[in-house]
Design a protein around this ligand. Structure first.
Ligand SMILES: Nc1ncnc2c1ncn2[C@@H]1O[C@H](COP(=O)(O)OP(=O)(O)OP(=O)(O)O)[C@@H](O)[C@H]1O
Ligand SMILES: [Mg+2]
Length: 321
C-alpha cells in the first residue's frame, strides 16, 4: 500500500469532496477548468493537528508568480506577532522580495539562506532581528540564483532544509538538567517564502513544512497552477512528508468582479475545508507597506488588508491549537 492511500480514505471518509449531486454544468469551463476539480479529488487537506512542541513550520508557495506569496508571509508574520507569537520568516527566493519588504538590503546581508542550503550553516547563525520585536528574518540574496541548478547535485537535496530546521528545532526542547546547550530556535511559527516555481527550493520547503499555504488569485489561470500544486502535494506526501497539510488562501479578491466571485465559489466547492475562510481583498496599501519595509499590520494597522491578515492569523492560531 502506498503512503498516499490513507489520504484518499481520509478524504472519502470525512473530508469535503466534490459534491456529486451538483450538476457539472454549474462549473463554467471558461471560468474554471474541469480538470482542476478532478485534481482536487487527488490531494486532500490534512485535518487540524494538535499543537506541536516545536515551532509550526508553514511554507507559502505557488508556482504562479505575483499571487501575494511574499505579501502574505510578511503580513501574516506581522499579524502573528501582534498575537504574541514569536515568528521567524525565511526568504527562499533569489528575488529577495521578503528581505526587501522587511527593510533589509539583500546586497549587504552577510549570512543568508544560501549558507544554510550550501554550507551547512544553521538558520540561527544567519537569522537577524527586524525592526519589529518578535519577528526575525533569514534573508536571501543573489547567491540563491544558482540554487535551482546546484541543489540537485547534492545527495538527498530535497531534505536539506528539513534537516536544518528540524535539527535546530528539536534541540530547543531538550535541556535535561539545565546543562549548557547549543543555541536554539524558540519561535512559535516559521514561515517559508518560496520562489514562483516548483523546483528544488520549493521542494525543500514543502518537505520541511507542517502546512502549505497556497495564495491564489480567483482568476481563470489560477486553476492550472492549483492542479500542479495538488500533484506536487501528492508527491511530497508520498516521498518526504506524509503529514503535509495545505490550505488555499484567496488573495487580491475584488468582490465587484463577477469572475472573482464565481471562481472563488468554485474553488471552495472543489477544495472544501482546504480553503481558508478568510479572504484577502485587493488593497493598494499593501504595495505601500512593502516600500516602507514594514508589514501592513505595522504600517497601516486599521487598513482593510491589515484586519484581514489579522483574521487569518486568528484562524491559523485556532487551527494549530
Ligand atoms: N491584496 C492585494 N491587493 C493589492 N495588491 C496586492 C495584494 N497582495 C499583494 N499585492 C501586490 O501584488 C504584487 C505581487 O505580490 P507578491 O510579491 O507578494 O507576490 P509573490 O507571489 O510573492 O510574487 P513572486 O511570485 O514574484 O514571488 C506586489 O506588488 C504586491 O504589493
Ligand atoms: Mg515573492
Amino acid at each position: 500500500m502506498s503512503l498516499q492511500e490513507p489520504y484518499f480514505f481520509a478524504h472519502d471518509a470525512g473530508g469535503k469532496r466534490l459534491n456529486d449531486d451538483e450538476p457539472a454544468e454549474t462549473i463554467s469551463e471558461q471560468e474554471f477548468p474541469q480538470e482542476t476539480l478532478a485534481a482536487a479529488q487527488e490531494a486532500v487537506p490534512g485535518g487540524a493537528k494538535p499543537r506541536l512542541d516545536r515551532p509550526y513550520v508553514i511554507a507559502v508557495a505557488n508556482q504562479k508568480g505575483g499571487v501575494a506569496k511574499t505579501t502574505s508571509v510578511v503580513s501574516l508574520a506581522g499579524a502573528l506577532v501582534n498575537h504574541e507569537q514569536e515568528v521567524l520568516v525565511v526568504d527562499l527566493d533569489a528575488q529577495a522580495n521578503l528581505t526587501l519588504a522587511l527593510g533589509k538590503d539583500p546586497g549587504r546581508v552577510r549570512g543568508s539562506i544560501t549558507d544554510v542550503l550550501f554550507n551547512s550553516a544553521t538558520l540561527l547563525s544567519v537569522s537577524r532581528e527586524t525592526n519589529i520585536p518578535g519577528l526575525d528574518l533569514v534573508p536571501s540574496n543573489a547567491g540563491m540564483d544558482v540554487a535551482e541548478r546546484f541543489l540537485p547535485v547534492r545527495q538527498d537535496y530535497e531534505l536539506i532544509l528539513r534537516r536544518a530546521l528540524l535539527g535546530e528545532l528539536r534541540q530547543s526542547g531538550a535541556n535535561p538538567g539545565g546543562a549548557l546547550r547549543p543555541p536554539t530556535i524558540h519561535y512559535d511559527f516559521v514561515l517559508l517564502d518560496c520562489p514562483p516555481s516548483m523546483g528544488a527550493v520549493t521542494l525543500n520547503a514543502l518537505a520541511a513544512a507542517d502546512l502549505l499555504i497556497i495564495p491564489t488569485q480567483p482568476e481563470y489561470f489560477s486553476a492550472f497552477a492549483l492542479r500542479t500544486m495538488t500533484q506536487t502535494i501528492r508527491q511530497v506526501r508520498s516521498r518526504y512528508n506524509p503529514e503535509l497539510a495545505y490550505r488555499i488562501l484567496i488573495t487580491m479578491f475584488d468582490r465587484r468582479n463577477r469572475i472573482h466571485r464565481d471562481v472563488a465559489d468554485q474553488i471552495r466547492a472543489a477544495f472544501g475545508e482546504g480553503v481558508f475562510e478568510t479572504v484577502i481583498a485587493v488593497d493598494t496599501k499593501l504595495r505601500e507597506s512593502a516600500v516602507e519595509g514594514l508589514p501592513i499590520t505595522h504600517h497601516k494597522s486599521q487598513s482593510r488588508s491589515a484586519l484581514q491578515y489579522d483574521t487569518l492569523a486568528q484562524e491559523l492560531i485556532a487551527y494549530v491549537q
